[in-house]
Design a protein around this ligand. Structure first.
Ligand code: NAD
Ligand code: IPM
Ligand code: MN
Length: 353
């Protein structure tokens, strides 16, 4: 029996609603497989936890997570309770950084059973590889109080090593896909770090003569995601560019509520973390209508990570079947609840046994 130990952090807002549904689905998946089992260990770390303990996770929190094979997280942030910069740096970004999850992979593809908002939806199937440890999200900066001259500084820090490993990941991924990598850039030099990004991209590209490349300014690229997403295979992007692009990728699929993601540790020293693209959605929290598919599809990425590709593909197929049955939450035009969607997925999975 293959056993996967998973640390579960439901976090805030709709995280608390979609997480139990995704776990239910993963348990069913393991049952259908027969030779696989999950052990879930729950951690209450969230903004509620902060109110009680004055910290987002205990001091030895990372040591506790280190015991597991993977972290499965939903969403962090409740701006009504705790300022975002405290909750995010104290939990989500802390795990990404300390566990050296330097690559963030985020697929977007046209799903069966969902109406894309694009006027002319063509089949698209792309993967954004986002640099996840540095760039515009550097810790170097701050707010300086100088009376009327108050200001804030944010330094973007790009290292050759950081760019190289993200771009390398993109090229290797492209070799197993359709052999094309696009670099998200701003090489007109307006952003000083981007000519450096470009030169590292070009030097990595030389090692992969079998992979075709393109380079687009981030502003144009965001618009191409809307007008011709079918032309993209793998896109490599810096931390902030990748963040923004993947919300566009989610939108052209139909909703941010279905978009999955994985934060990958590449050196094997720490667990990777699986976490959907969406946040805690305070505007719909408590209504029972959050789309659970982002979290469930993120579970599929966790299955892939542990080599269970066939099972992962079966899960994705079942998700599409349920969507085609019209069992959908309101964000994608349906009237079903969070639980009705996950229950339908569980029922279809059980029928496979
Ligand atoms: P958000 O993703 O929470 O919400 C944006 C919009 O998408 C909202 O209208 C919301 O209702 C909708 N939405 C999101 N997920 C949905 C789902 N599963 N089903 C249906 N609709 C869904 O982004 P935001 O409003 O900018 O941020 C809210 C909070 O979440 C903030 O504190 C933010 O910092 C945090 N956040 C956390 C993460 C994370 O933990 N990975 C990611 C993004 C935002
Ligand atoms: C995401 C989120 C995070 C990010 C925030 C909450 C720090 O937007 O995972 O996409 O910008 O990385
Ligand atoms: Mn984001």
């Amino acid at each position: 029996m293959k056993k996967i130990d998973v640390s579960v952090i439901a976090g805030d807002g709709i995280g608390k609603e979609v997480m139990p549904e995704a776990l239910k689905v993963l348990e069913t998946v393991a049952d259908v497989h027969g030779g696989l089992s999950f052990s879930f260990k729950h951690y209450p770390w969230s903004c509620d936890y902060y109110i009680e303990h004055n910290e987002m996770m205990p001091e030895d929190g990372l040591d506790q997570l280190q015991e597991s094979d993977a972290v499965f997280l939903s969403a962090v942030g409740d701006p009504n309770l705790v300022p975002d910069h405290i909750s995010l740096w104290g939990l989500l970004v802390k795990i990404r950084r300390e566990f050296e999850q330097v690559i963030n992979i985020r697929p977007a593809k046209q799903m069966k059973g969902i109406q894309s908002p694009l006027v002319h939806p063509n089949d698209f199937d792309l993967m954004v590889v986002r640099e996840n440890s540095e760039g515009e999200y550097s810790e170097a900066g701050g707010r300086i109080h100088r009376g009327e001259d108050e200001l804030a500084i944010q330094n973007a820090i790009f290292t050759r090593k950081g760019i190289e490993r993200a771009v390398e990941y993109g090229f290797q991924l492209a070799q197993s896909r359709r052999g094309h990598v696009t670099s998200a850039t701003k090489s007109n030099g307006i952003v000083h770090s981007m000519p450096f990004w470009d030169s590292v991209f070009e030097s990595v590209a030389e090692k992969y003569p079998d992979v075709k490349t393109a380079s687009n300014h981030i502003d144009a690229l965001a618009s191409f995601f809307v007008t011709r997403p079918q032309e993209f295979d793998v896109i490599v992007a810096s931390n902030l560019f990748g963040d923004i692009l993947t919300d566009v990728g989610a939108a052209i699929m139909g909703s941010i509520g279905i978009a999955p993601a994985a934060n990958i540790n590449m050196n094997g020293k720490y667990p990777s973390m699986f976490e959907p693209v969406h946040g805690s959605a305070p505007d719909i929290y408590g209504k029972g209508i959050a789309n659970p598919i982002g979290q469930i599809w993120t579970g599929k990425m966790m299955l892939d990570h542990f080599g269970e590709h066939e099972l992962g593909n079966t899960l994705l197929q079942v998700i599409e079947e349920v969507l085609q049955d019209g069992i959908k939450t309101p964000d994608i035009g349906g009237t079903s609840s969070t639980t009705e969607v996950s229950d339908a997925i569980v029922t279809r999975l059980k029928a496979l046994k």
